[in-house]
Ligand binder design. Structure first.
Ligand SMILES: [Zn+2]
Ligand SMILES: [Zn+2]
Length: 393
């Protein structure tokens, strides 16, 4: 077994052995699972191909999920456009679907359960996890959901295998909610994690740079939490959306006097935090200039290594302006995230503008990489027949 689970707090809970030492047999097999499936395979830089591949086989400690929906995420786009990982792989990690096979040693899940998945789950037991820096944990860095080849998420395929160490990241989708909402749990988690890192007080002013899908999630959650959000974007359509998502002000990101405007909105004090949701290096210096003393700039979109930008180090030392990053999700926030999404306190359905069939995943990725005026969150529909709730396959 390639997945280490010893020491994981849930290991004994999730894969229990009865007092007699016999595994409880709760395996269910659906008669409709084919031998092969369609999957979009990454074969090299900007080379995604629809191929027929074997349906993953699961071990007795794993789940097989028929993918319904998979969100297109900027981190996948980065890997596909820049070739940061070796091919072949099947990407897609914002995945929701229906359980079609339950390993005989897995408890708590049933064929037909509609679920949202997390492809990274920390061990909760190592040095990094004790410091709550889960994204740096070695177990977390392993990808535990796959549709074949080197595990890479697998959501751009019809079926995915959920490995044992990712079972704690499986979230049941309530009957009243959609698979789309299940697929949004992971991105919403990354946003809540970023907000938590900022130590804000109610009524604080936060600049959110970039009102794309992630920026809008920040705007929606921050304003719901009682912050005054100033959003910026280059597109007027997105500035309007930012207001609809709760932004107090929405300004043109290209305005040469932007920093002055931001400071004026806070009676010259400066904003309490700046969340940089665009991979634009010049915005980092603008953010540091717009902050109040002791405020924090959070980098959320600078996911490529090797990029540098000049920073006045005196702003960090003398003015105590923090410069930090946040990457990926926080497993311990999972329940809270599910409440935000499934109660529709944050109605993520409003974010979804495009759905592409699996065969057109390359077009979905291309649109997400170069968004149009009317595009926000883009989804790939893996199943040809969508199920609108319930537990049937
Ligand atoms: Zn993602
Ligand atoms: Zn760990």
């Amino acid at each position: 077994m390639e997945c280490r689970t010893e020491g994981a707090p849930w290991a004994s809970r999730k894969i229990p052995i009865s007092p007699q030492g016999v595994y409880r047999k709760i395996s269910h097999v659906s008669a409709t699972i084919p031998k092969t499936m369609r999957a979009v395979v990454y074969r090299g830089v900007n080379d995604l191909r629809l191929e027929e591949v074997p349906v993953p086989r699961i071990k007795s400690s794993e789940l097989l999920v028929r993918v319904g929906i998979c969100g297109v995420c900027p981190t996948d786009i980065k890997k596909i456009h820049f070739g940061t990982q070796s091919p072949p792989r099947i990407y897609g990690h914002e995945t929701a679907g229906t359980i079609v096979r339950v390993g005989s040693r897995v408890q708590g899940w049933t064929v037909g359960d509609r679920v949202g998945l997390h492809h990274h789950v920390p061990c909760l037991d190592c040095h990094f996890c004790r410091h709550q820096t889960f994204a740096q944990c070695e177990t977390y860095k392993k990808t535990g959901i796959t549709a074949g080849f080197e595990p890479a998420g697998g959501g751009y395929a019809e079926y995915v295998r959920v490995m044992d160490f990712c079972l704690p990241g499986v979230v049941k989708i309530p009957a009243k909610n959609t698979l789309e909402e299940g697929a949004m749990l992971e991105p919403v988690n990354t946003v809540l994690k970023g907000i938590r890192a900022l130590s804000l007080l109610k009524g604080d002013t936060v600049w959110v740079a970039g009102a794309g899908p992630i920026g809008l999630l920040f705007i929606g959650m921050l304003s719901e939490l009682g912050m005054r959000v100033v959003a910026t974007d280059l597109m007027e359509s997105r500035r309007q959306l930012a207001r609809r998502w709760g932004a107090w002000k929405a300004l043109d990101g290209a305005d040469p006097n932007l920093v002055d405007s931001l400071r004026a909105l806070t009676r010259s004090r400066g904003v309490d935090a700046a969340v940089v949701c665009v991979p634009v290096d010049a915005v980092v210096a603008q953010a540091q200039a717009a902050l109040r003393g002791g405020g924090t700039t959070l980098l959320f979109a600078h996911t490529l290594r090797g990029k540098t930008a000049p920073v006045d180090l005196g702003t960090v030392c003398v003015d105590e302006k923090g410069l930090m990053g946040s990457y990926s999700s926080d497993f311990t926030l999972q329940k809270e995230v599910a409440r935000w999404v499934f109660s529709r306190r944050l109605d993520v359905r409003n974010l979804i503008t495009h759905r592409f069939p699996l065969a057109e995943t390359a077009a979905a990725v291309a649109l997400a990489a170069r968004p149009s005026e009317d595009s926000l969150k883009i989804l790939v529909e893996a199943s040809s027949t969508q199920i609108a709730g319930g537990t049937s396959l």
